[in-house]
Design a protein around this ligand. Structure first.
Ligand SMILES: [Zn+2]
Length: 77
């Protein structure tokens, strides 16, 4: 199975190792943002997608997630 974003081999949750790591850090960071801000998952994704400090991998994941409309809690484990 291939990664949902690039053509590498997916290892978990339809992501390759690099995109999986980026995805996990996006989810983790959202937990912190939610404590400080009234921000929805969608708003958060567009914020990080346009943030110049966001890494390439994370940006690709954010764009993919906002397009696919994946819910915040799709991955609970
Ligand atoms: Zn990938």
């Amino acid at each position: 199975m291939k990664c949902a974003i690039c053509s590498r081999e997916a290892i978990e949750n339809n992501y390759c190792e690099l995109h999986l790591k980026a995805y996990e850090s996006i989810v983790k960071k959202y937990e912190q943002w939610k404590k400080a801000l009234e921000i929805s998952w969608k708003e958060y994704l567009s914020e990080i997608a346009k943030n110049p400090l966001t890494g390439e991998w994370a940006k690709e994941v954010a764009e993919y997630l906002s397009k696919s409309g994946e819910k915040e809690n799709a991955k609970t484990s």
